[in-house]
Write a protein that binds this ligand. Sequence first.
Ligand code: IPE
Ligand code: IPE
Ligand code: MG
Ligand code: MG
Length: 374
Amino acid sequence: MSWARDCTKRRPAIQAKLTLTSAIPSIAAFCLYYQHTRQRHNYDISKGFKSRMTAPSIYDTVADDFSRVNDLIVQRLSSDVPLVEKIAQYIIESGGKRLRPLLVLLSSRAAGYSKDEHLKLAVVIEFLHTATLLHDDVVDTSDMRRGRSTANANWGNAPSVLVGDFLYARAFEMMVELKSLPIMEILSHATAVIAQGEVMQLMNVKNPDITEDQYMTVIHNKTAMLFEAASHSGALLANADDAQEQALKNYGKHLGLAFQLVDDVLDYRGDAEAMGKNVGDDLAEGKTTLPLIHAMAHSSKENRQLIRQAIRKGGLDNLPKVLELIEASGAVEYTMERARAEAAKASDTLSALAASPHKDALELLTQVAVARVS
Ligand code: IPE
Ligand code: IPE
Ligand code: MG
Ligand code: MG
């Protein structure tokens, strides 16, 4: 199955083909908007999307592996406790782009891996990611995720946190099955760093004095770390040499930074339907992300005070005015510029890898990370 070629079809056609039926809305939206964005920016890639013959996609080269990962995800969600299974299935089957498992598949294959333990590793990473989402939506009091109401909105905070714990635990059970201490070390360390990143962010909430450096530390910890762990552990599984291992590790880090920078732009500029989550959540929570940091530094004293107040107060009352100031200060362009710089660094690391279709897909992924609208 080719996810990219599916981008060129209408949604009903996609639906017929997928095993994880409920994964369709977000993956399809991702594909469609990705295609749309590429065309708007006139990238060559859009020609590929129009032609089934040449359509390159981030999912294409590992399409079979990807589909096996989706099967394994469903299989390994099992629990004797019905509510655990219900909530875990609810969020997992809501879809998501599955970018982190994709990164495991592409990294290990690009480093020459030829067996199939990478499938399990990919599932571990997606479970860790999903656990962070369950917890994150509680902390951020978010009520929409992957185009549906969040688990916390449906079942309350306590079940969401506990099922998040279950997913972490299941991920660790599977990690042990991989029987690789170095991989366990990377993933357990990443899990600790992510949790600390989320706590750090919580401590920064409603504080308008967060610096750009502090912001970058938070996004490195809460987001880039898992991307880094995905590509790094993929490289280790493949017994990559030192240069390749380091390259893939850095690739994940820079890709993850680009990804979160864009996420923080989309929180102001995005389309809720395409993203499957609310616009304005960050301001509502009083999160001082880069668009706000830049807007504060490049606004009049009076407007700066207004943004500071909006951050301190939280909520959405000031969103229209804040959006105006973000636009007027060039904060979106600045944040996107930083995202593109990170994507370029990710792309540069790939020179350490031998030519392969997987390497090409990793290159494409750096472009997707900054062109995405979902
Ligand atoms: C959401 O990640 C959390 C962030 C790091 C911004 P994704 O945008 O990859 O979420 P899904 O898995 O596709 O829903
Ligand atoms: C996501 O940060 C980080 C983790 C899930 C660890 P956000 O809070 O920006 O992610 P969204 O926007 O809710 O997906
Ligand atoms: Mg959030
Ligand atoms: Mg966000």
